[in-house]
Unconditional design. Structure first.
Length: 144
């Protein structure tokens, strides 16, 4: 579960592949707001357990093979946004940017919390940054 159907075993950039899988799923299924919210919450709570267990099993704090956190973060990225190709693609790139850059408090959350919570929370916060940026873009575009 933590590797999201073995996507986390990609030889390079497993987090990018995990985020891409989430973007493709959103693109294909076009979930409504309620389905997206329920999915994000379920993935988050399953990820808390699965990522924590995987980290313990492999003896690393945030193993690269865990990509369920990227899925949860990406789902947060597109919440309350139109699920058009432009927003889905922009969310993918912006989410990867924030997930890699880890601006405060994203990095702080990763360091402050251990186990599954630390693994999941930094990506959810990167998703919040992404979502806020895209919400601002949406408002700006509507004013033009």
């Amino acid at each position: 579960m933590a590797s999201v159907l073995y996507i986390g075993y990609a030889p390079i950039a497993p987090g990018t592949f995990g985020s891409f899988a989430a973007a493709v799923a959103v693109w294909i299924f076009q979930p409504g707001l309620m389905a997206l919210a329920v999915s994000a919450v379920l993935v988050f709570f399953i990820g808390l357990w699965a990522s924590g267990e995987t980290a313990r099993a492999v003896g690393r704090e945030d193993p690269g093979l865990v990509v369920i956190d990227e899925v949860a973060g990406y789902l947060v990225s597109v919440m309350f946004l139109p699920l058009t190709p432009g927003y889905i693609i922009a969310a993918f790139f912006l989410f990867r940017f924030f997930d890699i850059l880890k601006p405060p408090p994203v990095r702080n959350a990763e360091r402050r919390f251990s186990g599954g919570l630390g693994i999941m929370l930094d990506d959810v916060l990167a998703g919040v940054y992404t979502n806020l940026g895209l919400q601002a873009w949406k408002i700006l575009i509507s004013q033009l």
